[in-house]
Design a protein around this ligand. Sequence first.
Ligand SMILES: Cc1cc2nc3c(=O)[nH]c(=O)nc-3n(C[C@H](O)[C@H](O)[C@H](O)COP(=O)(O)O)c2cc1C
Length: 393
Amino acid sequence: MSAHPDSALCCVEDMRVAARRRVPRMFYDYADSGSWTESTYRANEADFQKIKLRQRVAVDMTNRSLRTTMAGESVAMPVAIAPTGLTGMQHADGEILAARAAKAFGIPFTLSTMSICSIEDVAEHVKAPFWFQLYVMRDRSFVENLIDRARAAGCSALMVTLDLQILGQRHKDVRNAMTAPPKLTLRNLLNLATKPAWCAGMLGTKRHTFRNIVGHAKGVTDLGSLGAWTAEQFDPQLNWESIAWIKRYWGGKLILKGVLDAEDARMAAACGVDAIVVSNHGGRQLDGALSSINALPAIVDAVGDQVEIWMDGGVRSGQDVLKAVALGARGTLIGRAFLYGLGARGEAGVSRVLEILKKELDVTMALCGKRDIHDVDASVLVPGTYPTADRIV
Ligand SMILES: Cc1cc2nc3c(=O)[nH]c(=O)nc-3n(C[C@H](O)[C@H](O)[C@H](O)COP(=O)(O)O)c2cc1C
C-alpha cells in the first residue's frame, strides 16, 4: 500500500496510520497500547464519543478566539503537550522536534523524566521555557538533581506525576521485549529493515537512551545498570508529604498529574498547587479505572473553584477538547495525538496535528454557537449525554 501524501493527513487517525508504517513495531506498540485488557485505554476515547454537541444556527460566528491561559501561561488553544517517555524513539531527536513545534504554535511542551533527549539538550536546542515532568524516585538526591537541572534550564513549571508509584503492565511491551535502544535480535532486525527512514534518523543522532538518567543517577552508567535502576526506583511510598517537600524545594509553579478521584483532588488542592491534571496515564496504569472524561465532572465539582483543572486521556480531536472544556477543564494535554504526528512526519507532523486540532476546535465551537473559548460551558452539550458529578456515561 502506498503512503499517504501529506495533504491527505486530515485527522489524528490518519497520523496514527502513517506512524504505524514508519515507526518500528516495538515503539509504535509502546505508544498505542494500554495496561492489561486495555479497557480504560479504550474507554478514554469511546466515552468522548458518547457526548453529543448541540448544533446552533443563526448566531454570529465571526471573530472567534481560542486563546486562553494554562497555569498563567498564554496558550493559542487549551492544549499542551503531555510528557511521554521515549519520545526520541518515535523519531530521532523527538523531544527537541516536538518542543520546537509546540513553541512555534504557542502551546506548552512537557518533557518527561524518561525522555531520550535530556533537559539540557532540549533547553539548548529549543531556546524557550518548557515544563518538566517529574517522577518521584526513591533516591531523593536524584530527585533534587532533576529539580535543580530543570530550574537551571529555565523550566517554567514542574509537573509531578502521581499515578506511577508502581508500574502497570502492557502486554505488548513484554512480548516485544521493548528496550531503548532496541536489542538487535533477528526479529527486530527484520522489522527495522522495513523502516528505513526511522533507521536513517537514528543513525544520524547520538540520542538513543534515557539521557536524563544515564550518567546522572548513582551507579547508572550504561544500559544494563539503567534497566535495574529504573525497575526499582519508582517510589511506592510517595505521599502528600513528599509533594509538600517537592513544592518547597522547587519553589515555582507546580502541577499534579494523575488524579482521578475527588477525594484525592481535595488533598491535591490542599497542597496549594497551580493545576491538577485529571488523568489515568492514558489507560496505561489502572486498567478498569474510569475514563478521564467521566472522572472530570466530580473533580471540577469538588475543587474547581480552588484550582485549575486540566484533563488528558483520549483527546484525539478538537471536538474532544471542546467537550473537556465544556465539562470544566481549563486545558487538556495530548499524548498519543502528538506522538503519532511525530512518528509519521517528525516536527512537521506535530505541527500538522496541532493545526488539525485547532481547526477542528475552532469550527466545532462556532457550530455550537460560541465565539470565545471562555464562554464554552455545558450548554454546548446535549443534556443526558454527558457525565456529571454523580453520573457517568
Ligand atoms: C507512550 C507514552 C509514554 C508516556 N510516558 C509518560 C511519562 O513519562 N510521564 C508521564 O507523566 N506520563 C506519561 N504518559 C502519559 C501521558 O502523559 C498522558 O497522560 C496520556 O498520554 C494521555 O492520554 P492520550 O495518550 O490518550 O492523550 C505516557 C503516555 C504514552 C502514550
